[in-house]
Design a protein around this ligand. Sequence first.
Ligand code: IPD
Length: 265
Amino acid sequence: MMTPTELALRLYAVQGLALEAGRMALDYFGRQESLGVTMKGDQDWLTVADGAVEDFLRRKLALIFPTDTIIGEEGGGEASDAVWIIDPIDGTSNFARGDRNWCISIGFLLNRVPTIGIVFAPAFEELYVAQRGQGATMNGKPITVSGGDDIRRAYVELGWSTRIPAERYVDLVARGFAAGSSMKRAASGALGLCHVANGRTDAYAELHINAWDVAAGIVIAGEAGASISDFFAGEGIAKGNAILCCTPALARQLGEITGIAVTAR
Ligand code: IPD
């Protein structure tokens, strides 16, 4: 159990942390020669900023909310009834190459329910905030999903990683185009969900994505009116899952195309 005051404290404190972490990351981004780029695996990028930003967020969250647990992309961690799930830089491949489409993603799950989502894209000065049941905003203004209801006009982002065999991804791209949708990949799952939330796209789908990439965006897109698959079912927190997030009117058709069922809204 958590009181509304305890939740509000988390929402506001973490917005401040996200802004501070964003400034830190933006400083690294402005000095591309300082990024110390290495690879964790094929197409899996790492920079010194990922570690520095995650360390900063871990230290501050542990200080302010000592009983909450933390799971981070770089440092791992344990789930609990009150867990922060953070990606210090989502869209690291973009970040490492000077492309501005990256963000800080901080989600909070209360009793396994996605409850707070904060995504900050410093290079665009866009701060997305949502709390379960309270709506979603971008830079303080309410956001809602597009009215997209026609697959032949739909704009769909399809996430990709080497965790899934290339053939399955290629097949999915082909099915999306064949159904008439326009498909893209912009390489930040967290921002992909936020862009469904503010109507820049109609859907985001990925055959496997990790919890730190989507924990915040699920709250933001859900509060903006999106239909979303049950990502945290089973071992979603520890092992990741498939995700489909889209306008309610496209849910059935995109569910058939992707093979990912969404919860009705
Ligand atoms: C990746 C991005 C990408 C998604 C991958 C993620 P990272 O995270 O979110 O858009 O398709 O599944 O691994 O490595 O940039 O933090």
